[in-house]
Design a protein around this ligand. Structure first.
Ligand code: NAD
Length: 361
């Protein structure tokens, strides 16, 4: 696969059909997916974003948030597909955040051995990250993304004006995945992101469209060269090993959990010879956004864990981390941010990571 970013559409070649990422109004969805042969998947809120030319009876509504990524939702979608007689020439369109796109992409990729699908992302996280690159999946028995597949959407329609109703907290959570891209890409990219965050921690919403394009171009280029995550794409897991452990235990939003995982990854890297200055720089940015930059802050941020002792909380995160998909035997392939622009994949014994989690800031 390869990605081409010409300043207009971003094209990712390869996969089953190739992917077109288009920056345009969501109202023009019918130009990418004919309304007569499309079934839309949305959540209880994002169903309102579906253009009127798509009939309501072909909009299947799933629960909001992570609850969408359950087997029950998949079952409900398949029942809907059956009733609507969704055939191989249909397109599934996911309209919503990353929870909706992960589910809709998986449902489309497995229905009749795979039919076309596309996304209209409605959260910042879904625009910069979840809708790009072809990872689709569901949670299983409390474990994140345990069931899933690599399969590229035929299109992604990015309309930043949809973010106007997104609460600041959700926006900040989505910004974390963009920060992750900046940390991997280097100083210039990260500086542009920092400049969009005011001293008060508010993101300048007007500055977002070019930053969204920057992140998409970055992720598309990486996913385009390593669709199956066997090489460079692994660096995109930065912050997610500890972050997924935090998410499983706290039920914090994905972006907030990744913030804690990212801050912790920097703290661990600093112990192993990484840049303390860069660790502080990213920590300061997460602070300004009002997001946890470490484990103790994550424990206190989540109503579910505030009542737990720090030791009990850390134990729970350490146990949850053991189900990491990047685990090979007793080791975990961990993305170590040694400095801005220098993220290295390191094989770290799970027990060493768990020991770090029990004493990390
Ligand atoms: N596939 C990938 O590559 C990838 C990458 C990153 C994250 N993810 C996944 O994405 C999921 C998180 O996605 P998310 O953060 O977009 O959250 P989400 O889809 O769970 O949505 C969060 C909330 O925002 C609401 N919402 C959506 N759009 C809105 C809008 N425009 N205005 C107001 N409210 C709106 C939703 O109804 C929901 O309540 C996680 O499950 C994570 O694992 C996937």
């Amino acid at each position: 696969m390869t990605a081409v970013n010409t300043g207009g559409d971003v094209e990712i070649a390869g996969g089953r059909s190739g992917s077109t990422i288009r920056f345009a109004a969501a109202a023009g969805l019918a130009a990418l997916a004919g309304a007569d042969r499309s079934v839309v998947v949305a959540d209880e809120l994002t169903a309102d974003f579906v253009p009127r030319d798509f009939p309501r009876e072909r909009v299947l509504v799933v629960p909001r948030g992570e609850a969408a990524k359950r087997l029950e939702s998949l079952d409900a979608l398949f029942a809907g597909f059956l009733e609507l007689e969704v055939g191989r020439d249909w397109t599934v369109v996911g309209v919503g955040g990353g929870s909706v796109s992960d589910l809709a992409g998986f449902a489309a990729s497995t229905w009749m051995r795979g039919i076309d699908f596309g996304f209209v992302p409605t959260t910042l996280l879904a625009m910069v990250d979840a809708s790009v690159g072809g990872k689709n999946g569901l949670d299983y028995r409390g474990r994140k993304n345990l069931i899933g597949c690599f399969s590229q959407p035929r299109f992604v329609l990015v309309d930043p004006s949809l973010l106007s109703s997104l609460p600041d907290y959700e926006l900040n959570c989505g910004f974390v995945e963009a920060i992750k891209h900046g940390v991997i890409a280097g100083d210039e990219h990260l500086t542009m992101l920092e400049q969009a965050v005011a001293g008060s921690g508010r993101i300048d919403r007007g500055a977002l469209p070019p930053l969204i394009r920057l992140s998409i171009g970055f992720k598309a280029a990486i996913a385009g060269t390593d669709e199956r995550e066997s090489g460079v794409r692994r660096t995109l897991n930065l912050g997610h090993t500890i972050g997924h452990g935090v998410e499983a235990v706290t039920a914090l939003a994905h972006g907030a959990s990744v913030a804690a995982g990212l801050g912790s990854a920097f703290a661990l890297a600093a112990e192993r010879g990484g840049s303390r200055v860069d660790a502080e720089r990213v920590g300061a940015l997460l602070d300004r956004l009002g997001l946890p930059k470490g484990l103790e802050a994550a424990r206190l941020a989540a109503p579910e864990t505030r009542g737990l002792s720090p030791a009990a909380f850390r134990d729970a995160v350490a146990v949850a981390m053991a189900s990491d998909k990047k685990r090979v035997g007793g080791d975990v392939l961990f993305a170590s941010p040694m400095a801005i622009g220098d993220v290295r994949m390191e094989s770290i014994p799970l027990v060493a990571l768990q020991e770090f989690v029990r004493r990390a800031p």
